[in-house]
Design a protein around this ligand. Sequence first.
Ligand code: MG
Length: 365
Amino acid sequence: MRITHVESFRVPLPGPRPPFVWRRGLLGSAPDGEAAVLRIGTDEGVSGVALATRPGMAVVVEDLVDRVLREELVGTDPLQREYLWHRIWEIDRTEELPLPALGLVDIALWDLAGRLHGRPTWQLLGGFRDKIAAYASTVTFRDVAEYLDVATQCLELGYQAIKVHAWGDVRADTELAHRLRAHVGDDVPLMYDGSAGFDLPDAIRVGHALADAGFLWYEEPMREFNVNAYQRLAQTVDIPLLVAETSDGAHMNTADFIVAGVATFGVRASASTRGGITGALRTAHLAEAFRTRAEVLGDEIPSQHLSMAIPNTTFFESLITANPVVKKPEIGSDGYLHAPLDPGIALPAALDYPAALHAYVESNI
Ligand SMILES: [Mg+2]
């Protein structure tokens, strides 16, 4: 089997309604825009597709396909994912690809493999489970009262745990941590995501507060440019850290965080930030060797498959973007994500696909 065509399509991507915000300083949710769909086709008729939803990626992927990827991929064996994964990193040396672009070819090839075998991709990866508890991962809300209201709704809807993306303000976030713990009681796992909003002194202060409030993990308090700063944080606070989410270099970079003693809860694994499915699996297996966790990131479709195949992940992250809370359709009333059953990885519904993609995506939506 050989790859015969590599195409990119721009598809309309509606922005969230209502729009939402993150901590102070960060851009909020994107308005209506375009996503990129990468399709890799073969001489045996089977194809694989991957979706990139970050703003601007439609233009980036189109350019990459036309300038680099089509020539690189056509004529190669789509099942030689390892070879092609390494080719992407060689291309990255001169192109400096955006993080989500590093994994797109790999995701499409894993989708292709699933469709070829008529199996959901998580089974090809080696299934570990067929369902996993979901946690509600909030956007940034107006005040403590609204967070408490949202938390109540999330628990009523069946979510098993709650992670907050708060304001990036030491005093306000500290108050939120304590009041949220008092509100939900001691038995609900709570997590905090700093979205890289702090420097080391403020990250330490927030870390002490989260430890006092019995939080399960403290995620990405600082930009992940400097492992030393994280090492100092890990040596100072008692709260377990979840790190290496947005740093470049897949498992090779993650290794530095682990060996430095920073991943005291674990590291992040996702197809969009760790070089596709292949990079996410490498990262998870690396973390497992050190007896630490590899928490699957976000509720993108590849994450559903990774969650079923990675033993050392605890939960599935399900984003809560509005109040009143609307539970994502993939989360059951039991609060669990159940394993996808259709072949391949699949794309989400509610996008206006080009007609050429319908044959590959409609069975999965
Ligand atoms: Mg995060």
